[in-house]
Design a protein around this ligand. Structure first.
Ligand SMILES: [Fe+2]
Length: 266
């Protein structure tokens, strides 16, 4: 099974980079499945319904998310409730029977006789949301699986690098690929762990190149200079030259046999 996975698609420039490069990427890699992280796809925030459909029309099978989940909730249409929606959100929110969390944390896709499971989890470290322990959560999810899958792919949305590499060790042999999203900077550590789990600490961002991980420097720098939000205008997305990042993986009998970083810069 061949899978193309793109890092956090950010705003208008991110969408344009996907649209302009997807045919070339498909011709080069002939992926059976395509996945992207979409939590910044609408002006840096969670997707509105229109942008989920945009990615679906380009051929994406699953969109994963992260800490911006529900930030555009009023404009999200049916993306959390429609069983055909390709958008998922982190699986390890603290569910309470009186306060059910909309959406699903994983998705199963079957195509051409191949069955893929994509799971989205998130860390609570340096994030605004508190979530259940991601290591214990993914262990619980995996131990509850009774179906057989040709591949299991995990998007672990987190801030720290150590969490991802420990997760790769923890999941080695249990999932096909685990990768990090959220920091928007592609790491140079892609590899296959001894029991067959492919990993990369961060996929990187598909969005504006000359930006503060997607936003204008003018809107981000004052807070970093002064340590207060007093001078920081509202975060504003950059529209301009773009970069597209991700990975291409090949999976055989549930194990990753090939992993390649992708980076296209304008
Ligand atoms: Fe994020």
């Amino acid at each position: 099974m061949k899978v193309l996975i793109l890092g956090d698609v950010f705003g208008r420039t991110g969408r344009r980079m996907v649209e302009q490069n997807i045919d070339t990427l498909r011709a080069k890699y002939a992926p059976d499945f395509m996945i992207a992280n979409s939590e910044n796809i609408t002006g840096g925030k969670w997707p509105i319904e229109k942008h989920v459909l945009f990615m679906k029309e380009l051929g994406f099978d699953v969109l994963t998310g992260g800490n911006h989940v529900f930030s555009n909730f009023k404009d999200s249409g049916d993306i959390f409730s429609d069983p055909l929606s390709i958008q998922i959100r982190p699986a390890n929110y603290s569910e309470h029977q009186d306060y059910p969390i909309p959406g699903k944390g994983w998705k199963i896709i079957e195509k051409n006789g191949q069955k893929l499971l994509v799971i989205n989890i998130m860390s609570g470290t340096f994030m605004n949301d508190s979530v259940d322990n991601p290591f214990q959560s993914i262990e619980k999810i995996l131990s509850g699986i009774t179906e057989k899958f040709d591949a299991i792919v995990v998007d672990f949305h987190r801030e720290t690098t150590a969490e991802l590499v420990n997760m790769a060790y923890f999941l080695d042999g249990k999932v096909s690929v685990v990768y990090g999203t959220h920091t928007h900077v592609q790491t140079n550590d892609e590899r296959i762990f001894p029991k067959g789990t492919g990993m990369i600490t961060d996929l990187g961002m598909t969005g504006p190149l000359w930006s503060s991980i997607g936003h204008t420097f003018e809107s981000r720098l004052p807070k970093l200079l002064t340590g207060t939000k007093l001078f920081g205008p509202k975060a504003e997305q950059v529209v301009g030259e773009g970069v597209l990042t991700g990975i291409f993986v090949e999976i055989q009998a549930g194990k990753c046999v090939y992993i390649e970083k992708i980076r296209i810069q304008e």
